[in-house]
Each structure stands twice: as structure tokens, then as C-alpha cells.
Design a protein around this ligand. Structure first.
Ligand code: KIV
Ligand code: ZN
Length: 383
């Protein structure tokens, strides 16, 4: 672990995640999730956007008062009023961060902000300086960085760091970038920004083209040391990079990523199920890491391989992310080997091979006509 660098995990399930249409959470739900995120080992919890509504302010305030080991953060536009609201809501926190942002792409500056690039730089400096009056942990985000001109990003980031920003976040706000481009953007910015060594570079990727995790990982390869993500990939539109995917990718591919996280991965499944229960957003069965099929084997060839040597078809251990119980599904694609092995586990033995064959044929007939069989169904079938 010694030559590995820390990857800061910034969770925004309670802020960007809640921006998923239909995923509104009550203050009580948010507090429950914040405590679980703290237990998971998340470094920064973005608890909300204090200025957005009285309920958001209240949630940030209550979370700030209860969380001890993670930093609590509130989002704020690059406006003094927003920053003051964030600081007020966060004031009870043991350690807190103010996250301020402004858009830096031509299309956002011209049509949304109606501001010139110089005005955006002036607003950035003012916002970061204002935030620094309340905390020495200030994050600045260049909204729509994925579609911003790199020359302008360099200027605005240098100004933000000079003004006191300690984390610089480059969001792919609309999920437009491809991994090789996004990695190049991070590399170029880190190389050209003259005071880059005074800040941690962060990324925040949306999933509109299904690239959020890939783009986050490409950025880590190019030196980003904070990733913003959400449980189950919840978030605005198609969502954000999924925390569980990013964390398990860097854990599993230590040969590729020279980083570590402090995430206690065995909490991942529970957190995923809690977020799904609270938001009523189902987790797709084949979702990486936390989908119920993520570690399930049904094909006979795969089951045979896993029984003989687990690593033939498993790159991670189900129990390391919080699954427990049997991951072999006995269904129409299962073979004799898996069938026999499951019966052995259930303590069912056969007097002869012929008896075993008859039972296997009955199982196949039944499995061909439907879904996988539970242990009880299997016992009833063979006994
Ligand atoms: O997607 C985005 O750009 C954001 C920023 C406010 C960080 O959520
Ligand atoms: Zn976002």
C-alpha cells in the first residue's frame, strides 16, 4: 500500500443522486444514508445544496451535526448568498467542505450564464475567496468541463487555485466525453496549470453514453485523485459514475491503478439495497457489483469451472462486496457437476449413479420450463 496514492471518494448520492427525477429523499432518509456512507468509509459526503430549498438546508445541517469521520459538504453556485447558506448549514460539522461551481463551456457561458469568460473568472475568484473565509477546504468545479476549451480551463483553474481552492473538479456534466479524450483532458490540464501541485484534481462523470465509470477510471490513470460518484450510479438523467464500480475497479486492477481507497467494500451491497429501498429505484439484476446476478453462475461450463477453481470465472469475491450465500443458480443451463455439488451441500446422497441420473433428468425437465430452482424446490424434486 505504501507506494500507492490515496483516491478520495466523494459521494454525491444525497445531492446529485437526489436530482434523479423521482428519487426525492426525506431528511430522515438522508440522515440514515449519510450514517451508512460514513460507515462505508466515504471521505466526503455531499449532503445537499443548502441554498436550493429549506429542506435541503435542513438536511445538510442535520447531517453536519451527526457525521464525525467523513467531511460533510454542500454545493453552492459561485454566489456569495449560496456560499453563506452552505457555510451556515455546515457550521456544526466536525470537518466540512464548501463546493462552489460555475460553468466554463462556451455554450453554458453564452446561453445560460450570459457572462463573458473574464466575468466567469472574476466570479470564480470571488466565490473561492468568499468560501475560504469559512473553511480551508474549498472545492471549485468547472461545470461542463468536458465540453470546455482547455485554454480557458487552464486560466480559470489557475485563478481558482490562487484564490485558495484546494480541490479542482472537472465534471463531464453531460456525459459527452469518451474515455481516451477525458483522460487526455486531465493529463493536459494537470500539465499546463502552473499551480497544479497546490490542489487535488477531481472528476465527476455523468453516464449519458454509459461512460461514467470508464471516464472516471481514465482520469485516475492520468492523475485525478478524487472521484465523485453515487451509490448505484444514481444521479441527474442517466446518473453518475457508480461508487461501487469505481472502487472495485481500482481494488481489483491494482496493476493498472496506483491508488487505494478507504472504502469498506463489504458494506457495498447493503448500501445499494438501502438506496434502492429509499428511492424505489430498482437495481437491474445484471448491474455490476450490486446486481443480484453480478456473481451468479448458471451456465454449466461456468459452474463446473468455478467448482474446480473459483478464479476460472470470478475476478472478485462476492463476500468482499457484501454478498453472502450460494452464487450458483441451478437452472436450465446448469450441468450435472453443479447439480451434484449443490445436493452434496444439502446433504442429499444417492445410492447409485442411476438414481442420480434420474434425479438430474427430472431437474432438467423442470428447469427447462422456468426460472432457477431454490434449495427447497430442489429437495422436493429429488427426494
Ligand atoms: O454535473 C455537474 O457538473 C455537477 C456539478 C455541479 C459538480 O453536478
Ligand atoms: Zn453532476
Amino acid at each position: 500500500m505504501s507506494n500507492r496514492e490515496k483516491l478520495v471518494i466523494f459521494d454525491t448520492t444525497l445531492r446529485d443522486g437526489e436530482q434523479s427525477p423521482g428519487a426525492t429523499m426525506s431528511v430522515t432518509d438522508k440522515i440514515e444514508l449519510a450514517l451508512l456512507l460514513e460507515a462505508l468509509g466515504v471521505d466526503v459526503i455531499e449532503a445537499g445544496f443548502a441554498m436550493a430549498s429549506p429542506a435541503d438546508f435542513d438536511a445538510v445541517k442535520k447531517i453536519a451535526a451527526q457525521i464525525k469521520s467523513s467531511r460533510v459538504c454542500s454545493l453552492s453556485r459561485a454566489r456569495v448568498q449560496d456560499i453563506e447558506a452552505a457555510a451556515q448549514a455546515l457550521s456544526a460539522a466536525e470537518r466540512f467542505r464548501i463546493h462552489t461551481f460555475i460553468a466554463t463551456s462556451d455554450v453554458h457561458m453564452k446561453y445560460k450564464l450570459k457572462m463573458s469568460p473574464d466575468e466567469v473568472i472574476a466570479a470564480t475568484v470571488k466565490a473561492v475567496q468568499c468560501a475560504r473565509n469559512f473553511t480551508d477546504d474549498v472545492e471549485f468545479s468547472c461545470e461542463d468541463a468536458g465540453r470546455s476549451r482547455s485554454d480557458f480551463l487552464v486560466r480559470v483553474i489557475e485563478a481558482a487555485i490562487d484564490a485558495g481552492a484546494t480541490t479542482i473538479n472537472l465534471p463531464d456534466t453531460v456525459g459527452y466525453s469518451m474515455p481516451h479524450q477525458f483522460g487526455q483532458l486531465i493529463a493536459e490540464i494537470r500539465q499546463r496549470v502552473i499551480n497544479a501541485d497546490k490542489a487535488i484534481f477531481s472528476v465527476h462523470c455523468h453516464n449519458d453514453l454509459g461512460m461514467a465509470t470508464a471516464n472516471s477510471l481514465a482520469a485516475i490513470e492520468q492523475g485525478a485523485r478524487q472521484v465523485e460518484c453515487t451509490i448505484n450510479g444514481l444521479g441527474e438523467r442517466a446518473g453518475n459514475a457508480a461508487l461501487e464500480e469505481v472502487v472495485m475497479a481500482v481494488n481489483t486492477r491494482k496493476d493498472v491503478f496506483p491508488v487505494y481507497t478507504d472504502i469498506k467494500t463489504e458494506h457495498l451491497v447493503h448500501l445499494s439495497q438501502k438506496v434502492s429501498e429509499i428511492t424505489q429505484f430498482a437495481v437491474q439484476p445484471n448491474k455490476a457489483i450490486v446486481g443480484r446476478n453480478a456473481f451468479a453462475h448458471e451456465a454449466g461450463i461456468h459452474q463446473d469451472g468455478v467448482i474446480k477453481h473459483r478464479e476460472t470465472y470470478e475476478i472478485m469475491r462476492a463476500e468482499d462486496v457484501g454478498w453472502n450465500g450460494e452464487q450458483m443458480v441451478l437452472g436450465k443451463h446448469s450441468g450435472r457437476h453443479a447439480f451434484r455439488s449443490r445436493l452434496d451441500q444439502l446433504g442429499i446422497a444417492f445410492a447409485s449413479d442411476e438414481e442420480l441420473n434420474c434425479a438430474f433428468n427430472r431437474f432438467k425437465e423442470r428447469a427447462d420450463s422456468g426460472a432457477g430452482l431454490s434449495d427447497n424446490e430442489l429437495k422436493q424434486l429429488v427426494l
